[in-house]
Design a protein around this ligand. Structure first.
Ligand code: ZN
Ligand code: ZN
Length: 212
């Protein structure tokens, strides 16, 4: 029962050489905004924020392609940086102002964002669900064609658990906004995901697709 005019405005564009979707959420009433995943092209991101009051930066996870502009934007915007406590990717040092975990909330003006912890692709993976809204920024948890890549059999098994316990618990109307590629309606992929989970993938890890 959301009112179109009061929903969080979602802005997005792919940035960087291996295109990664940056997202900006803006409260229409207060103009407060948060930036999710400052992957590259800091000038582009600052222009996208120009008519808003940024109050924070959120990271879906600590892979370098998702935070290439973090330091530049941190200097320009002087807003708190929030992400999972980690461990983070290899030698990435995030110097977080706030750590986020499953069930936490971040306020954006008159709205809230709910945090899900969705490990698998990487242990610090988070999704950001908009309050009273069907939209979820899912990072590299899930794409239209498959789950995020894994680098070990253990990581892949963790992905399967996240799909079963977190992702499939979301309603069909959920619109997933991933870190790469187009957004999609979860209900349109539910049967594919369930079929994928019902197969025995052995000790697989790597790039997975729903139809494998
Ligand atoms: Zn990633
Ligand atoms: Zn990525």
């Amino acid at each position: 029962m959301s009112n179109q005019q009061t929903e969080l405005e979602l802005r997005t564009r792919p940035v960087g050489p291996w295109p990664m979707n940056t997202y900006i959420l803006v409260c229409p009433a207060t103009r407060q905004s948060v930036l999710i995943d400052p992957g590259a092209e800091p000038e582009t991101l600052l222009a996208m924020l120009a008519d808003t009051q940024p109050i924070g930066m959120l990271l879906t996870h600590s892979h370098p392609d998702h935070l290439g502009s973090l330091n530049e934007l941190r200097s320009s915007l002087m807003v708190p940086v929030m992400a999972h406590a980690g461990p983070h990717f290899e030698n990435v040092n995030l110097d977080l102002d706030r750590t986020l975990d499953d069930g936490d909330q971040v306020r954006v003006g008159e709205h809230a964002i709910y945090v899900y912890h969705t490990p698998g692709h990487i242990p610090d993976m988070l999704c950001f669900a908009l309050e009273d809204d069907q939209r979820i920024v899912v990072g590299d948890t899930i794409f239209e064609g498959g789950p995020g890549k894994t680098w070990s059999a253990e990581g892949f098994q963790t992905t399967l658990k996240t799909l079963r316990e977190v992702v499939l618990a979301w309603p069909d109307e959920t619109v997933c906004y991933p870190g790469h590629g187009p957004h999609f309606r979860l209900g349109d992929r539910r049967a594919d995901i369930e079929a994928f989970l019902n197969k025995d993938h052995g000790n697989f890890f790597g790039d997975a697709t729903w139809d494998m």
